[in-house]
Write a protein that binds this ligand. Sequence first.
Ligand SMILES: Cc1cc2nc3c(=O)[nH]c(=O)nc-3n(C[C@H](O)[C@H](O)[C@H](O)COP(=O)(O)OP(=O)(O)OC[C@H]3O[C@@H](n4cnc5c(N)ncnc54)[C@H](O)[C@@H]3O)c2cc1C
Length: 167
Amino acid sequence: MRAEADRLLGETEAAPARSGAKATFSLERTGVAAMALGIVERCLELSLQHARDRVQFGRPIGEFQLIQDKLARMEVARMNLQNLVFRQIELAGRGRAPTFAEASAMKLYAARAATEVALEAVQVFGGNGYMAEYQVEQLARDAKVLQIYAGTDEIQISAIARDLLAR
Ligand SMILES: Cc1cc2nc3c(=O)[nH]c(=O)nc-3n(C[C@H](O)[C@H](O)[C@H](O)COP(=O)(O)OP(=O)(O)OC[C@H]3O[C@@H](n4cnc5c(N)ncnc54)[C@H](O)[C@@H]3O)c2cc1C
């Protein structure tokens, strides 16, 4: 049978530029940023504890500047992600949705930051970090998939540029 436009679910699918689907994608993409924040917070927590506890060459590894650099970068990523997520919550509270470029940019940044932080957490743990018994290995896999589902990084980049160029 032939269904007319008034039979469409959601009633927005016929609108220009698939606005109904885009609104759903935006929600999913901003949600990924919140997941990334959780991953980064846990990586930082575990890495700080390990940097205090693990002694090599007679000193806790947290005293080595190269380890400190990793911890500092994790904190920067955590703050950036928290700012993004809290801004999003505030906007939603005022009934405002992010633009499609903003939602996609948030997902792109969040997924990359979480992956970078989680891989550095594995590094802070050394050989143990690579083992399934330690949580950072799981966190690294959880972070990496954020770059793949809900639209890969490459698709986010196209979405950001297309949305900006269409204005
Ligand atoms: C754990 C997990 C959970 C998932 N959950 C869901 C789910 O709930 N619902 C759902 O629908 N899907 C889900 N997926 C599927 C996910 O959305 C796809 O894996 C993802 O969209 C990539 O598609 P693909 O695997 O076919 O890779 P491909 O499309 O084969 O991509 C391979 C590479 O080519 C790049 N590429 C492809 N097309 C382009 C292009 N046009 N421009 C530039 N680069 C391009 C990709 O970015 C990627 O780097 C899930 C995947 C995983 C791993």
